[in-house]
Write a protein that binds this ligand. Structure first.
Ligand code: NDP
Length: 480
């Protein structure tokens, strides 16, 4: 069976203790490769390599650094098919999604930050007759990037691209559940001419190798995307060490639909915003609020379309949903369907496993699920499920839906459907979220600030925000 390796100091290598963990294929429920079970000793190796590499990388001209990162982006593009196949197999997502979203977006992330750094200017503040201040923006040194399993290479590259562009050396850990495309990236970095030790990719469990990255005193910043509980633990560990922290955490996003919306466009987008990637996108709108006058019409059409949605093997070109990421995640999602029933909800469609024909009968397939009749305040409507499950709830007034939308501990994103311009702006201003889409969903411009409020995170990624995070400003004053 294939054994994945760590990528340290520009070379692939086995974990020092020689321990491995199983990597499952969600589509079949079978183990198909082994992942290094790395620990603090492997992290130390990576830190040693990164320390050696930092003076080389940080002092390289911006043009040279940019050119290596452009090559990295092109290297992924040149191996598009290999990356697409690997992402879909490792995660369970439809091949078409990996081909149209995940891998092209990883290519864009590297390209975007490779070129953004060429235009990254720092400030100067003149004091008339006194002197001038100018601000240097220096790389931090060695930084840690930890990413989740839902959009594996997409979110992995979203962190490491700005970190590298800004001149840092990176020690990074993909989710143990989806390590494969990060593993492939080492080869591309070698081919792109990335100096040894600049990018170090370690595999293994969050509680072991992830924790060792967070705790290492020479790692100056942690950029983390994952669950709110893990983020809380990381903040508790890293904050007393005065590390810079960027935390992109969970969500329970509202999708608010007013009667005056473009119904057809809203319906097709709402199907995607509910179930894309099996509902495993932090930006999915899992709480759907519908104005009462169109509630019955919405419900009838939405439930009908969801019931007809094809759940199939990721390689099937008709698949709209593939497999969810793991057995334990599938069980968690199903347990929330049971909870919803206990809380008085009615399952309008879905709520169960889909068993495919052999040899995929043990794959982790779930039917997309729509639930109604729940109080906005119940656990099903307050806790993140992160699977193909949405609730639908009618509302009568703007004030009421705003109160329900803002009632959770989360505040990542929100979607609004209305043709009333004033209402759209009014609502966007009042919703507790870092990102609001009006008459759209998941339209992304890499220059915009990305992140959430409340328990959805601290800090922002994207554009200058990411480059500011990965640099330290130093003000210099010169007297006239
Ligand atoms: P987790 O928090 O379980 O894991 C995220 C990453 O952290 C993984 O690489 C994990 O490793 C690692 N990790 C776990 N424990 C520790 C630890 N003690 N110290 C250091 N690292 C650790 O999240 P999931 O992977 O389950 O991802 C799903 C979550 O991510 C959802 O809550 C979702 O909302 C959120 N998310 C947020 C986004 C945002 O932009 N706000 C975007 C995408 C997802 P391992 O896999 O080995 O456990």
């Amino acid at each position: 069976m294939e054994k994945l390796q760590n990528f340290i100091d520009g070379q692939y290598c086995a974990p020092l203790k020689g321990n491995y963990i199983d990597n499952y294929e969600p589509a079949s429920g079978k183990v198909y490769s082994l992942i290094p079970n790395s620990d603090a000793e492997d992290v130390q190796l990576a830190v040693d390599a990164a320390e050696k590499a930092f003076p080389i990388w940080s002092k390289m001209s911006i043009e040279e650094r940019s050119s290596i990162l452009v090559k990295l982006s092109e290297g992924i593009e040149a191996r598009m098919d290999e990356f697409v196949q690997a992402e879909s197999r490792d995660n369970g997502k439809p091949l078409s999604l990996a081909a149209h979203v995940d891998i092209p977006r990883a290519v864009s992330n590297f390209h975007f930050f490779a070129t953004a750094i060429l235009h990254y200017a720092s400030e100067s503040h003149n004091m008339e007759g006194v002197g001038v201040n100018y601000t240097l923006r220096k790389p931090l040194g060695i930084v840690g990037c930890i990413s989740p399993w839902n959009l594996p290479l997409y979110l992995f590259s979203w962190k490491i691209a700005p970190a590298l562009a800004a001149g840092n050396c990176v020690i990074t850990k993909p989710s143990e559940v989806t390590p494969y495309t990060a593993y492939l990236l080492g080869k591309v970095a070698q081919e792109a001419g990335m100096p040894d030790g600049v990018l170090n990719i370690l595999h293994g469990e969050g509680g072991a190798v992830g924790d060792a990255i967070v705790k290492h005193s020479k790692i100056k910043a942690i950029s983390f995307t994952g669950g709110t509980k893990t983020g809380e633990y990381i903040a508790r560990t890293a904050a007393p060490m005065f590390k810079k922290l960027s935390l992109e955490l969970g969500g329970k996003n509202p999708n608010i639909i007013f009667a005056d919306c473009d119904f057809k466009e809203m319906m097709s987008t709402t199907l995607r915003s509910s179930f894309a990637n099996q509902g495993q996108i932090c930006l999915c709108g899992s709480r759907i609020f519908v104005e009462r006058s169109i509630y019955d019409k919405f419900k009838a059409e939405f439930v009908d379309k969801v019931a007809k949605t094809v759940v199939a093997h990721p390689n099937n070109p008709d698949a709209k949903l593939g497999a969810v990421v793991s057995q334990s995640h599938m069980e968690k999602v199903l347990s929330y369907v049971e909870l919803a029933k206990e809380e008085g909800g009615t399952v309008l469609t879905g709520g169960e496993r889909v068993i495919l024909d052999a040899p995929y009968e043990n794959g982790y397939y779930l039917r997309p699920t729509v639930i109604e009749g729940l109080d906005y305040n119940c656990r099903t409507n307050q806790e993140e499920i992160f699977g193909p499950v949405v609730t639908i709830t009618p509302f009568d007034t703007e004030e009421e839906v705003l109160m329900m939308a803002n009632s959770t501990q989360y505040g990542l994103s929100a979607t609004l459907w209305t043709s009333d311009l004033k209402r759209a702006h009014r609502m966007a201003n009042e919703i507790d979220a870092g990102i609001v889409w009006i008459n759209a969903w998941l339209v992304r411009d890499l220059r915009t600030p990305f992140g959430g409020v409340k328990a959805s995170g601290v800090g922002r990624e994207g554009g200058w925000e990411a480059l500011r995070f990965f640099t330290e400003p130093k003000n210099v004053f010169v007297k006239y």
